[in-house]
Design a protein around this ligand. Structure first.
Ligand code: PA5
Length: 437
């Protein structure tokens, strides 16, 4: 098996070898702090060993739920917000067809999402859809008290009870804390099938727990391969201690060097739309982990070549406070030929004989060079292809680098105190008891 490659060639004019050498010492110290489990937020480091400590009974139970629910559910509603849905969505949307709802040959339930919005129109449309199709639900909340998924679950539970009567409970799976929270209490009272989110794993680091694994498996994808990829990347991240041998250390080092040199915005860039939700997951991972105490790189994302026709001008010539991290994909899953046309009225016959992937790779190279010439440092990850194994590698690499990078920045990467601010105001405006007038 190949590994994900990380390349910094297009940032060498912005970051010197001496700067990298100096930063190596810092990220090595941050890594040591992470692995010693003595740093900030050390009660939330369970994610480090998740790929090695997979509970086989949990995997068997997920497989049994997939067998039980797939034949009776055309749709599978994942109710959750933030870390309780983005990881699953990132993997599922990377693997499935862009036109998945229009496939007639799909055997697994089609995954749809709720609990990530309070839009009334969204729930109206969702309920209309659920009227017409058989479905099952996973309701996911670590705290078990988050308002958005609680509202969504109340609405959908009511719909299920009308539609399925006493059988509704057999179509509901709750994924939450082992002991506390409203969702835990509801699941216990109703006797739902339940999975536990480990105490020491925070939401945005939970994709390799049932939070991510159950929906991904329900969607028909191979979670063993996902975990294998994560396991192999874990070994690379833990066993290697230099920037040349450890891509997570090098990524964390480059981010911190660039940040200190005024690069306050990082754009995660893809050239295949399938990776859009990987960017959404990554934005939460880095934004929530590092954006605190008035510090932290602002994570942003772009899909090229699409966004070259909307944001390309800014990236090329706007304020020079950004850098790009490209996720490149070497091989497509399938090929599409460009047909010959003798008349060549569109003028693109010069592309004949090249695959679309060749053309896309040349667009990527052209973009990287142009942005580099325009003063934007570019980092680049390359995935041999998009499959469960490489997504597992990528997830672990980003998580490990996030822990190292956050410690290098000297913040607690594993808390999110700022998320409470909007909730307190919203609760006060809504008149929730205990939140003032
Ligand atoms: O990373 C986090 O901890 C958060 O983004 C949570 O995942 C998000 O707020 C949802 O919380 P919960 O799973 O408790 O409903």
């Amino acid at each position: 098996m190949e590994n994900i490659n990380f390349n910094i060639n297009y940032s060498e004019t912005f970051v010197s070898a001496d700067e990298r050498a100096a930063m190596q010492t810092e990220v090595q110290a941050a890594k040591a702090t992470l692995l010693s489990r003595e740093g900030k937020g050390n009660d939330f480091l369970g994610w480090i060993d998740l790929p090695e400590e997979v509970d086989s009974a949990m995997l068997d139970s997920i497989a049994a739920d997939v067998r039980r629910l797939s034949p009776i559910a055309k749709l599978f509603v994942v109710i959750g917000i933030g870390g309780s849905y983005l990881g699953a969505r990132a993997v599922i949307e990377a693997l499935q067809s862009e036109f998945e709802p229009f496939r007639n040959d799909r055997k697994a339930p089609y995954i749809i999402y709720a609990g990530h919005t309070l839009s009334e129109d969204y729930y109206h449309q969702l309920l209309n859809l659920l009227d017409k199709h058989d479905y099952a639900v996973a309701v996911i909340s670590k705290s078990g008290t988050t308002t958005e998924p609680a509202v969504a679950f109340r609405i959908i539970k009511g719909h299920m009870e009308k539609k399925y009567g006493k059988d509704a409970g057999n179509r509901i799976i709750a994924i939450t804390d082992a002991r506390k929270g409203a969702l835990h209490d509801i699941a216990k009272q109703e006797g739902y099938q339940t999975y536990v989110i480990p105490d020491n794993v925070g939401g945005r680091f939970s994709v390799l727990t049932p939070v991510g694994l159950l929906p991904i498996a329900m969607s028909g994808y191979n979670i063993d391969r996902l975990l294998q990829g994560a396991r192999d990347m874990r070994r690379i991240c833990i066993e290697n201690n230099t920037l040349d041998t450890n891509p997570a250390l090098l990524y964390a080092a480059m981010r911190n060097i660039l940040y200190r040199k005024g690069r306050k915005v990082e754009m995660l860039v893809n050239f295949v739309p399938a990776l859009k939700y990987i960017s959404e997951w990554w934005k939460q991972l880095y934004g929530e982990s590092e954006g605190k105490e008035g510090k932290g790189i602002m994570p942003h994302s772009l899909s090229f070549t699409t966004d070259l026709h909307s944001m390309g001008q800014y990236v090329q010539e706007g304020e020079r406070t950004m850098f790009e991290t490209v996720i490149s994909v070497e091989r497509p899953a399938a090929t599409v030929a460009i047909p010959a046309d003798e008349q060549n009225l569109d003028g693109i016959n010069y592309l004949l004989g090249k695959s679309l992937t060749d053309i896309n790779h040349n667009a990527e190279l052209g973009t990287i060079q142009a942005h580099n010439d325009g003063g934007v440092p570019v980092l680049r990850f390359t995935l041999p292809e998009i499959n469960e194994y490489y997504l597992g590698q990528l997830i672990y690499l980003f998580e490990f680098a996030c822990g190292v990078s956050g410690y290098t920045l000297d913040v607690n990467p594993f808390d999110q105190p700022g998320v409470e601010a909007y909730k307190k105001n919203m609760f006060r405006f809504l008149g929730k008891p205990g939140y003032g007038a």
